[in-house]
Design a protein around this ligand. Structure first.
Ligand SMILES: Cc1cc2nc3c(=O)[nH]c(=O)nc-3n(C[C@H](O)[C@H](O)[C@H](O)COP(=O)(O)O)c2cc1C
Length: 220
């Protein structure tokens, strides 16, 4: 049954990226439901190019969080000696801190298949560079973005908080090793999951007028 449209918008608007979590564990059944939500997402040719490694084991979570912290600190020490030290500030904390208190870490992974259409063109003697191809939009990663958003919205409905983080990519090799992710799979950030102890104030959004561009009848 479709959700009431206003309730849906309200659900979308009230989701926040949460970075501080209670130590309360998240039930396996609930975590499974988050991934169930993720895999409802659309994907190019329905390839479903995703996997989700769900880590609740405290030792593995600690291994991941500390690998990201160590890699961030190495970057931090260098940036602090440069002209952008003030701008950088404590930004590095956002790379690892949410992982430190998360009751679960979900690492989404993507598999990028070879560009099938480019291959077809090449094998027919044409240079794929001559054409504008769908691969220009990274369809697999776009699909994964939709899947993670679905996961985050389901988490919000479960009373959980999440933060999808690009920061953990600074320790990509270590996190992938801890998760058993190997090529052709690649991690795409990490999602901190848990019951929130602090929900941030909603960061401002650009106005609708700033981002919407209409081409209506009579304007072409
Ligand atoms: C692809 C992506 C990467 C992000 N990386 C981080 C991150 O490394 N650390 C973090 O604390 N938040 C991260 N965020 C969360 C954003 O900071 C957050 O979505 C944004 O400030 C808007 O806040 P909201 O999600 O509460 O609406 C990321 C979000 C996205 C979509």
């Amino acid at each position: 049954m479709p959700l009431n449209a206003d309730a849906m918008l309200e659900h979308l608007r009230t989701r926040r990226s949460v970075r501080e979590f209670a130590s309360t564990p998240v039930e396996r059944r609930v975590l499974g439901r988050l991934v169930t939500a993720a895999i409802t997402a659309p994907s190019a040719t329905n390839r479903q190019p995703w996997r989700f490694v769900v880590i609740t084991d405290p030792a593995s979570r600690e291994r991941i969080a500390s690998a990201v912290r160590v890699a961030t600190e190495a970057i931090d020490r260098i940036v602090r000696t440069g002209p952008h030290a003030a701008e950088w500030g404590s930004y590095g904390d956002f790379f690892w801190q949410p992982l430190a208190s998360a009751a679960a870490i979900i690492v989404p992974a993507v598999r990028e298949p070879p560009d099938m259409l480019a291959g077809f063109l090449r094998s027919a003697g044409a240079d794929p560079e001559r054409f504008q191809l769908p691969s220009a939009m990274s369809p697999e990663r776009c699909a994964l973005g939709g899947a993670v958003m679905a996961l985050q919205l389901q988490a919000h409905a479960e009373g959980l908080g999440t933060a999808w983080m690009a920061g953990p990519m600074v320790a990509c090799a270590e996190v992938e090793a801890a998760c058993g992710i190997s090529r052709p799979w690649q991690m795409v950030g990490a999602i901190a999951v848990g019951y929130p102890i602090a929900v941030p104030v909603a960061p401002p959004r650009k106005s609708l007028e700033d981002v919407i561009f209409w081409i209506e009848e009579g304007q072409s």
